[in-house]
Design a protein. Structure first.
Ligand SMILES: Cc1cc2nc3c(=O)[nH]c(=O)nc-3n(C[C@H](O)[C@H](O)[C@H](O)COP(=O)(O)OP(=O)(O)OC[C@H]3O[C@@H](n4cnc5c(N)ncnc54)[C@H](O)[C@@H]3O)c2cc1C
Ligand code: SF4
Lengths: 324, 712
């Protein structure tokens, strides 16, 4: 790890000012990803601006018609909030499945959304696209954890965030603030980006901006997340699916289905949502939604099994939502 | 005269009881100091620059930028321009600095240019085997072919195990310090007494001036027998700079170079009569130990007396770090190949697997032991209630199944010398240059000594882990407990007899009528004619006495033995939609002769079962086929089982008549042999198809289900 400056501002204005030094100034939240990434040498910040002391970025506010979650709220606090638990079981599952007390107590909502991909080519220094001497390694390499959707460009990694798919499905908005000090709202659907060149950003957060909070409509919906992992111990999902819909006299309305860990961004499965829309969510519609979700999947040489997993995850998430 | 022979059951106070390990509290509280924990003012930290390619030629090494960094004490080339890299992780250069951070910065600043070549990474196909490295054993091809052709029931199966690493919690490495011209070493090693011998060249000192101390170590599993290249580098730098030096491998390099279990793959044709008697076992095996060679597999395993056997073995050389002995070298692989093939044969015969195994026990060396163990294991897991023929016909995607495996091991004691000293104040110490890998060796030595002297365990000071003590063998091959229990029994008996000589006159009986029991020296069986231990020891006058013991023992009494059998049964669930396997219950029944400490023996089996679940379900070293780099050289994607993954574990140790009188036999290895096979068989029993290769990850399970038409 290279030496770096460390700043711990007491308020957001100072933090934003400290970040204005440009690319080499990084936001430090819980540090569970950033510090590892620095040790791995995949990022080398000149300055870290810690948000830990900034109270206005912490906590869950349930007073309005949205549930407003501060970016510095820990994942553990988020999942144990009563309103969150009641309104968004899909979020609680996503957090609880992370399965490590250390990570969920230190890791924050902002950090989870902005974390780097876990692709092992990336983490081993082959860059975001897994290149060696101009040759892409992933297509003929060890790609069993890689993308099965949205992988036609150079990016084959999967978005690491577990919160992402749930927030996209729940219709959340992410608010950021930068040097102009004006809050900027970004729909969760537009928050994650698939880079086309190694310099492209992974999120809609611009250099010098801070994620301040996330707002989710405080609307009663049926929602659930289903995750498939290799083991119970601390791990990453192979595939996740979040299903959200409004119960309209026993029929699904405004259904949304979002897959996680299958693409460089949370993957919106429009076909799966259509398969549920206007129907009772039961074994047969859930099965159809699963099948529709994987239509058009483009698995790589070793990850065809994730197509099956995605199908099953959607089916099970839909059935779990119906029970919720 | 006290006798060396183990005491009879009614004369055992400590031996065979459940006794907590002596060093449990210091370990649990963090007071135990491992090599990693050593720190000294002015010490240097070393980082090793390693090759990031499986096959390459070094074009240049530029250390100038690293040398210019303030705090860097030295940068050394370990390889040169033009040298060939044959696996990733090979040490190219070394940097030493006054802090860990500076060492890392300098490490990054060393620039090595490579001419990269295409490595050979694929060991899964027989075509990649080196034709020159054949180990064929073809007795009479025509007979074997005919036996297979004639078999009433037959299978033609493929089985395999991916390469795994040792992944010791404590990485390899050592701490070295110079004092008064001598070098002192704190290593993490399985081989205290022989460790210094490997460092004489590097330290430029005779072994007599190199002093080794390893009180605690965090796992070796067969990968820590020698001081290794990194040990030599550490000693060399300490000698050269005169400074204390710490060199522990980083996790990534540890996983790439410091120990791997060879992969193994096999095509097996096996046959049986329709009532389930095995008639033929014809195998072609191959595997890769990286740049080291893999051995051929001893198959059919355990069932060595199958009438028609053919064995063809090949080695595949791959550009991975060399294999090292991995806990029961070759056995887990041979066990999986054999037990899975036999389980498939039972299924082909439409027979219950337990019945099939029982029916063929006469083809093993120890049928009676296996029969008894199979029955006990079956009761423990509820076999009768749960068993079904292959393929759970129940509703829903989650299928449940049972699997069986049996194994064998030697485990005779290694050479060992030991001193037992009794002091005039009654205190007792025992010293030997063995090591406690976390298995309980320290506790076992204490128990044997205390038992022999009729004292409570806490009265014995156990001194191990230093090469200044009488030498003991390396801890490998499950040889330690047989070796150290023999030598410490022998030493304590000899010391006791010296004491009895002094005491006999005061009790007015000949020495051979005295015994040490319950803190006293007494006339055999008569506590009323006794002196306390303290009183007895005071009769020594000023000078302590030291009894010398060894394995083989001084009077030739054999206290150890060799040859054990074990049975394991697994109860698993398979989600046939997701390919996820979960362990419900996992049972191990194991014999190991006379057990010194039942608790640490059981712990050894529990630990092996957890390690076994890990390699059965999760563990796999994954290499990039183009660059040859290990991609999961971390503990994130190199997955080990967590507690929530292992299910309910149950252990039964065979003790009592028939077992105890055999003497002490090693236990480190046998219980880790069967888990892969037992779990693989349980998965086949549950979902109705064989998943050929371990680990049984969702991708492999789904592929097998799909192929077998069983994907839900
Ligand atoms: C073994 C392991 C398993 C894990 N499993 C999972 C899992 O299953 N699912 C999952 O989702 N996560 C998982 N995690 C990751 C964990 O959830 C993230 O590391 C964590 O959420 C990051 O939060 P943090 O606060 O520590 O972020 P940091 O490490 O501090 O920051 C991460 C990144 O986000 C940026 N950042 C942080 N906060 C802000 C902000 N407010 N505004 C702008 N940028 C910001 C930082 O600059 C940095 O680039 C796992 C981690 C490990 C080590
Ligand atoms: S063992 Fe686990 S919890 Fe402990 S320091 Fe390492 S990563 Fe953290």
């Amino acid at each position: 790890m290279k030496s770096f400056e460390y700043a711990a501002p007491q308020n957001l204005d100072d933090a934003i000012a400290l970040l204005a030094s440009g690319e080499a100034a990084f936001v430090l939240a819980g540090g569970t990803d950033l510090v590892t990434s620095m040790k791995q040498g995949i990022v080398s910040p000149a300055r870290l601006v810690s948000l830990k002391a900034i109270e206005e970025l912490k906590g869950v506010d349930t007073s309005g018609d949205t549930v407003k979650i501060g970016a510095m709220t820990s994942l553990a606090e988020l999942a144990s909030n009563e309103s969150v638990a009641k309104l968004y079981p899909s979020i609680v599952t996503a957090v609880n499945k992370i399965g490590s007390a250390q990570i969920v107590n230190m890791g924050t909502v902002g950090g989870d959304l902005c974390q780097y991909p876990r692709c092992w080519y990336y983490r081993n220094g082959f860059g975001l696209f897994g290149m060696e001497n101009g040759q892409p390694l992933i297509p003929d390499g060890e790609n069993k954890y890689h993308a099965i959707f949205g992988n036609d460009g150079p990016a084959k990694f999967v978005c690491a965030s577990s919160l992402g798919p749930a927030l996209v499905a729940l219709g959340a908005t992410v608010t950021v603030r930068g040097a102009d000090n004006q809050p900027r709202d970004i729909p969760a659907t537009e928050f994650f980006k698939t880079p086309q060149s190694p310099e492209d950003p992974l999120t809609a957060v611009a250099v010098g901006e801070v994620v301040t909070h996330v707002a989710i409509p405080a609307k009663a919906t049926k929602n659930a997340t289903y995750e498939i992992r290799e083991r119970e111990g601390l791990d990453w999902p192979l595939v996740t699916a979040t299903v959200v819909y409004t119960d309209n006299g026993g029929k699904a309305q405004d259904a949304r289905v979002v897959l996680g860990h299958v693409a460089p961004v949370p993957w919106i499965a429009t076909g799966a949502a259509a398969a549920l829309e206007g129907k009772a969510v039961d074994e047969s519609s859930a099965l159809e939604a699963g099948a529709a979700a994987v239509e058009g999947a483009t698995p790589l040489s070793k990850n065809g099994f994730k197509v099956q997993l995605a199908k099953v995850a959607v089916k099970r998430a839909a059935l779990a939502a119906a029970q919720a | 005269m006290a006798k060396n022979a183990w005491p009879a059951a009614d004369k055992r106070d400590l031996i065979g009881e459940r006794i907590s390990r002596l060093d449990g509290p210091v370990k649990a509280t963090g007071h135990a100091k491992y090599a990693y924990d050593m720190n000294r003012p002015g010490m240097l930290y070393v980082r090793l620059v390693w090759a990031p390619y499986g096959a390459a030629k070094i074009q240049s090494i530029d250390t100038s930028a690293a040398k210019a960094i303030k705090g860097v004490a030295g940068v050394w080339n370990e390889m040169n321009e033009g040298d060939e890299i044959v696996h990733a992780g090979q040490i190219v250069a070394t940097v030493a600095a006054t802090s860990e951070e500076i060492a890392q910065e300098a490490w990054r600043a060393v620039k090595v240019a490579y001419e990269v070549k295409q490595p050979q990474m694929n060991d899964t196909v027989l075509e990649n085997a080196d034709e020159k490295e054949q180990r064929d054993e073809i007795p009479d091809a025509a007979t074997v072919d005919k036996a297979y052709a004639d078999a009433e029931v037959k299978i033609d199966g493929h089985y395999g195990l991916a390469p795994i690493t040792h992944c010791c919690m404590e990485a390899h490495g050592q701490f070295a310090e110079m004092k008064d011209g001598d070098q002192y070493i704190w290593p993490s090693t399985q081989n205290v007494s022989a460790y210094a011998a490997g460092l004489t060249d590097a330290a430029g000192l005779p072994a007599s001036q190199i002093h080794v101390d390893c009180q605690y170590m965090g796992g070796g599993f067969g990968s820590k027998f020698s001081s290794d290249q990194w040990g030599a580098i550490c000693s060399r730098i300490s000698k050269e700079t005169g400074k204390p030096v710490k060199l522990m491998l980083e996790r990534d390099q540890e996983l790439m170079v410091a120990g791997a279990r060879p992969s193994a793959f096999a095509n097996v044709k096996a046959g049986a009569t329709k009532d389930g008697k095995i008639t033929v076992f014809d195998s072609t095996c191959w595997g890769s130990g990286g740049m080291g060679t893999s051995r051929g597999l001893g198959v059919p395993y355990v069932f060595g007396n199958v009438p028609n056997i053919r064995r063809v073995a090949r080695n595949v050389r791959t550009n991975r770090g060399s294999q090292r002995a991995w806990r029961a070298p070759g056995h887990p692989q041979a066990c999986l190949v054999t037990m899975a093939a036999l389980d498939d044969l039972a299924a082909a015969a439409n027979m219950d697997a337990l019945e099939f195994f029982l029916k063929n026990l006469d083809l093993t060396e120890r049928p009676d032991v296996y029969r008894e163990e199979l029955q006990i294991a079956a009761d423990m897991i509820g076999y009768k209630e749960k068993a079904h023929l292959r393929g759970d016909s129940g509703d829903g995607p989650v299928k449940r199944g049972l699997g069986i495996s049996i194994h064998m091991w030697g485990g005779g004691g290694h050479k060992s010398e030991c001193n037992c000293t009794i002091n005039p104040d009654g205190s007792v110490s025992v010293a030997l240059g063995t090591q406690d890998l976390g298995t309980g060796t320290r506790t076992v030595v204490g128990i044997v000594t205390a038992e022999t002297l009729g004292l409570p365990l806490k009265r014995v000071q156990v001194n191990i882990g230093k090469d200044q003590y009488p030498p003991s063998g390396a801890s490998g091959g499950s040889t330690t407990v047989g070796g150290v229990s023999s030598s410490s029994r022998d030493a304590a008996t000899n010391a006791l007899n010296m004491l009895l000589e002094k005491v006999a006159p005061s009790l007015g009986v000949p020495v051979d009528q005295l015994e040490a029991w319950d803190g006293k020296i007494q006339v055999i069986g008569d506590p009323s004619k006794s002196v306390t231990w303290e009183k007895a020891c005071s009769m020594l006058g000023q000078i302590p006495i030291t009894g010398k013991g060894s394995k083989p023992t001084s009077d030739g009494t054999e206290l150890d033995n060799s040859g054990v059998g074990g049975v394991q049964m697994a109860d698993v669930s398979v989600d046939t939609e997701t390919g996820r396997v979960t362990i419900n219950e996992f049972v191990a029944v194991q014999d190991c002769g006379l057990i010194i400490d039942l608790k640490t023996a059981e712990s050894q089996v529990y630990g092996a079962m957890i390690m076994g679940v890990t390699y059965a379900l999760y563990e796999e070293a994954i290499y990039d086929p183009i660059t040859g780099r290990m991609l999961n050289a971390d503990m994130e994607f190199y997955r080990l089982a967590g507690l929530a993954d292992v299910g309910t574990l149950k252990v039964h140790m065979m003790t009592g008549p028939g077992y105890d009188e055999r003497g002490v036999i090693g236990l480190g290895e046998p219980p880790v042999i069967s888990p892969g096979a037992a779990i693989s068989n349980a998965v086949a029993n549950a979902c109705g198809v064989r998943v050929p290769t371990l680990p049984l990850t969702p991708d492999r399970v789904i592929a097998a289900l799909e192929q077998g038409g069983k994907l839900a």
